[in-house]
Design a protein around this ligand. Structure first.
Ligand code: CAA
Length: 285
């Protein structure tokens, strides 16, 4: 399969990442089938896409006709069978290895033998996800960053059995979406989360241990290192449950230096997951 053979893109999971990926694929001219398990989740994903396309139009990044055309290329569905003719699928369901494995088993039974099956996992093993299907050479990590319509980079993750042709296609596809890529070996957290998660947890600990007020931890990192968001703001943006999940996988695989901050666990236990629930380290409208 070459990039020129990719016309239809399937996206499994219509949450923040899935809808963002559907947005960028449709803007780049691909036909997109966005699948989630019930109508309400599909409708929410499509609403989020309407909103994110409108933001790109408001920003002068996309003209209104191109946004409408992109939107027309996206079809929402609850039936995995609607992805049968997808040439490339990106899975963006919950970060749970057995849930992802079950999606991959279903995709292998549904899609054509040449389809490339990508996962947007942020920390789980590509090799383990691919191990449940009969064509692990077609499985690759395509790790988009949040918010996908805006972030310029995509991490391509190569599993034990990923073929060179599949990895090349993943780079070419991301390139065609207007993203720059880098490649990581299939090890916990790949490049970005292996480095980002301890940075966030150290930021939380700096606040928890009284080094500075939370606003000053964030200001310090923003003003001192020129990042757009400090660690606590970024954790709220990503979702504290997602940060905790990724941190726990890294801790389990790589040991004590990845231990999640206690305050992160407490916030998640309280249901304060960041921007999406209206409260995390900060409050949101
Ligand atoms: N859809 C479309 N456009 C969006 C958007 C969305 N969901 N979110 C923001 N934007 C656009 C805005 O329209 C705006 O566009 P212009 O500048 O062209 O006008 C631009 O992005 C900036 O947005 P805002 O002005 O609203 O806010 P901001 O300047 O504070 O930027 C931000 C918001 C882009 C999120 C910026 O703060 C940022 O880059 N933060 C860091 C985000 C980051 O690090 N993401 C990666 C997280 S790690 C990850 O995702 C991996 C993982 O596995 C956990």
């Amino acid at each position: 399969m070459e990039l020129a053979d990719v016309h239809t893109v399937g996206v499994v999971g219509a949450g923040t990442m899935g809808s963002g990926i559907a947005h960028v694929a449709a803007v780049a001219g691909y036909r997109v089938r966005l699948r989630d398990v019930d109508d309400a989740l599909v409708a929410k994903g499509l609403d989020d896409i309407d909103e994110s396309l409108a933001r790109r139009v408001d920003a002068g990044d996309l003209d209104a006709a191109a946004a409408d055309a992109a939107r027309d290329r996206i079809e929402g569905t609850t039936a995995l069978a609607d992805l049968a003719d997808a040439d490339l699928v990106v899975e963006a369901v919950t970060e749970d290895r057995s849930v992802k494995q079950s999606v991959f088993s279903d995709l292998a039974a549904t899609c054509g033998p040449d389809a490339v099956l990508a996962t947007n996992t942020s920390t789980l093993s590509i090799t383990a996800i691919a191990s449940v299907i009969d064509r692990p050479e077609r499985v690759v990590g395509l790790h988009f960053m949040n918010p996908a319509p805006v972030m310029p980079g995509v991490e391509v993750v190569v599993g034990e059995r990923t073929s060179a042709a599949t990895a090349d296609l993943a780079h070419a596809f991301a390139d065609d979406l207007g993203k720059e890529t880098w490649e990581a070996d299939d090890r916990p957290g790949f490049v970005v989360n292996r480095v980002l998660m301890p940075w966030i947890n150290e930021g939380i600990r700096a606040y928890e241990e009284g080094v500075a007020e939370k606003g000053d931890v964030d200001r310090g990192l923003r003003l001192g290192t020129n990042v757009p968001m400090g660690p606590l703001e970024l954790a709220d943006h990503i979702g504290l449950d997602v940060v905790l999940d990724a941190s726990e996988t890294l801790h389990e695989e790589l040991g004590d230096r990845y231990r999640p901050a206690y305050l992160l666990k407490r916030k998640v236990a309280a249901g304060d997951l960041g921007k999406k629930t209206g409260a995390g380290f900060y409050e949101y409208e």
